[in-house]
Write a protein that binds this ligand. Structure first.
Ligand SMILES: [Zn+2]
Length: 267
């Protein structure tokens, strides 16, 4: 038996094929087609930012003021030191007592580093959860103070949405976040310039599952897996209305991704 035919390799191949060719998946495929189109458009029109690949160096901003191709530059598959495709796992909208502690346990158990994009107002309510995330060595990013749709806000309001959340998070952790995920994934040039002035980077997303509503962990996992490894930046959502969906989906996803030979890394 050659190296390629070892049971481990055959299983992985089967897994990949299963993911590609599940005939029950019409609805998920439709979702993914919609998301690829939206991502494609967003990469064309949004200010430069981090989509996937090219891990940011500490203090480095992915935002390039006058470079219209900044987005496409940062969209390349990257490999870790062992030649594995590197994924980035992110959680938005927390902290939430119903999911954040369980996510921390899961990440510790699996040895995975993820990024939590916290809403300032939630962080203010659950300061001990923010501290726990920091203590666990997970990354904390800014997801604005009140989760407003920023492109329709005044410049002053956009500024306070970024700065208030930074302040809340810095008061709790002693560290100012360098990553910003815009609410609804949308930010305009004014927002991007405010971030650049603060040496912060906008972080968008690649693989997304509409999991801000309850669709069940199986659907979340299936939708995300089908977008991999074309997309490397995965977003899942926390929230009291989601029950155990986030934690269960994260567990399924991490296991399956590790089985498929992917690795996880910070942004
Ligand atoms: Zn959000």
């Amino acid at each position: 038996m050659s190296q390629e035919e070892s049971p481990d390799k055959i299983d992985r191949k089967k897994e990949r094929e299963k993911l590609k060719e599940d005939p029950r998946d019409f609805e998920h495929r439709l979702h993914n087609a919609k998301m690829s189109f939206l991502n494609y458009m967003a990469r064309k029109v949004l200010p430069g930012g981090f989509w996937s690949g090219n891990r940011l160096q500490p203090g480095e901003s992915a935002y390039k003021q006058d470079d219209a191709t900044a987005n496409s530059d940062t969209n390349q598959t990257t490999l870790d030191g062992n030649g594995k495709i590197r994924l980035h796992l992110t959680f938005d909208d927390g902290p939430d007592p119903g999911s954040t502690p369980a996510l921390l346990n899961l990440l510790a158990e699996k040895g995975v580093i993820a990024t939590f994009f916290f809403i300032g107002a939630n962080a203010k309510k659950h300061t001990s959860l923010v501290k726990e995330v920091q203590k666990a060595g997970q990354i904390i990013g800014n997801h604005s103070m009140n989760h407003l749709f920023l492109p329709v806000q005044t410049s002053k309001k956009i500024e306070s949405e970024i700065d208030e959340a930074n302040q809340v998070l810095e008061e709790i952790t002693g560290e100012r976040p360098s990553l910003f995920r815009p609410p609804f994934g949308l930010i305009d040039r004014r927002g991007a310039e405010l971030l650049a002035a603060r040496r912060m980077s906008p972080v968008y997303w690649g693989a997304v599952a509409d999991d801000w509503q309850y669709i069940g962990e199986e659907a979340v996992t299936r939708r995300i897996l089908k977008q991999l490894p074309r997309e490397e930046l995965i977003v899942l959502h926390e929230g009291p209305h989601l029950g155990k969906q986030t934690v269960n989906a994260a567990a399924l996803l991490i296991d399956r991704c590790l089985e498929l030979g992917f690795s996880f890394d910070s942004i």
